[in-house]
Design a protein around this ligand. Structure first.
Ligand code: S3P
Length: 450
């Protein structure tokens, strides 16, 4: 688990062009869901391409604690023998989800309508994050919660033996909250309805349907109305996890800001609820093309080719695109530093409650490296200095946040002076091969501070 070991100081400096093929790992959101839904099915689910980052490994451990048989066959091949909807055993240990908000919130949902008591905890970052957004709707099913003040972990959830279905309008754009309610609805007789005003990533809906649940999605004036019929028998699946667009963002953006680069990132899922960053980069004038566009497992997929892009312009990122690129604003702010003019990012309040306050974390580090950043509660802007203009030269705090750590390392790849981070250990939560992959492309990363 990150944040519990020795910090790993790291530095990146301007190197020659980045080139080659970057095979990024499996999608984190789909990996968590594959294990959880596999554990709720009857029979053996086969998963290939599972992301073997710490976040997902913590979810695998949790599923074992609930009684599922989870086996690692090597090379991203896993099997899960599920216990069925409603079949979770009460764990005899605390469920430690490490750094993962997705892990803990989805698992809380899955276990919340079973008559068991479960205690959850996480690392220093996760134990600061708000859980009431999940425990409030779970209470409507009859689940009781006792946690720390402010609705923080560690906390215990006790499922009702007689849960009732709910109709819930999600008050914040959050796929985790939506998914927690849907997973809870699985073990409840009758129809559970979730309404979201803004569409968020729809992997839960797609995968629930794939596992055989009765689920419908309607676009109405109220928003997206998702209706799930409870107590299905979920059927085991064969799942090939697509590569993670949120991880692809790092080699793509590194190529855009490093002079002379040409990098191919193959097989990236371009589900419209996830692909907002790539549309935004193209709007900024990035030389980013989709090659070999195809469909795999019902999802649009393409090979991304990214080349050094010295003529990018700052833009106003459409706020309605926020949910489809919510994890990508840190790395977008790095690209914005190398564009000309201002990039304005509004409607992004959710960034303040991620693994860190991502607006604050990026603003501090960018300013230390010579970039002007302005911010409000739910917006921020970055003044680009052009392809040669980023001074660099400072050490940034990564605040136990993988995406902050990787973003600042990419900042160093085009800067005049090297850029350091205090701790790269959180990178292992989502992108355990980041260092090797970037080094293979030609990046200069070292494990030391400047
Ligand atoms: C995720 C949803 C998003 C995202 C996270 C993964 C998911 O969180 O930031 O990395 O897999 O459902 P929110 O639901 O809090 O926006």
């Amino acid at each position: 688990m990150s944040g519990h070991g020795t910090p790993i100081p790291m530095t990146s400096r301007r190197a020659g062009p980045l080139s080659g093929v970057a095979e990024v790992p499996g999608d984190k959101s789909i990996s968590h869901r594959s294990l959880i839904l596999g554990a709720m099915a009857i029979g053996e689910t086969h998963i290939s391409g599972l992301l073997e980052g710490e976040d997902v490994l913590d979810t695998a451990k949790a599923m074992r604690a609930f009684g599922a048989e989870v086996t690692d066959h090597g090379n991203g091949e896993w099997t899960v023998v599920g216990v069925g909807v409603g079949g979770f055993a009460e764990p005899d240990q605390v469920i430690d989800c490490g750094n993962s908000g997705t892990g803990v919130r989805l698992i809380m949902g899955a276990a919340a309508t079973q008559p068991i008591s479960v205690t959850y905890t996480g690392d220093a970052s996760l134990n600061k994050r708000p859980m009431a957004r999940v425990t409030d709707p779970l209470a409507l099913f009859g689940t009781t919660t006792l946690g720390r003040s402010g609705g923080r972990l560690p906390m215990t959830l006790k499922g009702s033996s007689d849960p009732v279905p709910v109709r819930y309008e999600v008050p914040v754009p959050s796929a985790q909250v939506k998914s927690a309610v849907l997973l809870a609805g699985l073990n409840v007789p009758g129809k559970t309805v979730v309404i979201e005003k803004e569409a968020t990533r729809d992997h839960s809906e797609r995968m629930l349907a794939g596992f055989g649940a009765e689920i419908t999605v309607e676009d109405t004036e109220e928003g997206r109305v998702i209706t799930l019929t409870g107590q299905p028998e979920l059927k085991p699946q064969v799942i090939a996890v697509p590569r993670d667009p949120s991880s692809a963002a790092f080699p793509v953006c590194a190529a855009l800001v490093t002079p002379g680069s040409d990098v191919l990132v193959p097989g990236i899922g371009l589900n419209p609820t996830r692909a907002g960053l790539f549309a935004t980069l193209r709007d900024m004038g990035a030389d980013l093309t989709y090659e070999n566009e195809r469909e795999e497992g019902g999802e649009p997929v393409a090979d991304l080719r990214a080349k050094f892009s010295p003529n990018m312009q700052g833009i106003e990122v459409p706020p309605e695109r926020a949910a489809s690129m919510i994890d990508e604003y840190p790395i977008l702010s790095v690209v914005a530093s190398y564009a000309k003019g201002t990039t304005m990012m509004a409607g992004v309040k959710e960034l303040r409650v991620k693994e860190s306050d991502r607006i604050d974390a990026m603003a501090r580090g960018l300013r230390a490296n010579g970039i002007t950043v302005d911010e409000g509660d739910d917006w921020w802007s970055v003044e680009g200095l052009g392809p040669d203009g980023v001074p660099g030269g400072a050490t940034c705090e990564s605040f136990l946040d993988h995406r902050i750590a990787m973003s600042f390392l990419i900042l160093g790849m085009g800067a005049q002076k090297p850029v350091s981070i205090d701790d790269g250990s959180p990178i292992a939560t989502s992108f355990p091969i980041f260092e090797r992959l970037m080094a293979d492309l030609g990046a200069q990363l070292i494990r030391a501070n400047i």
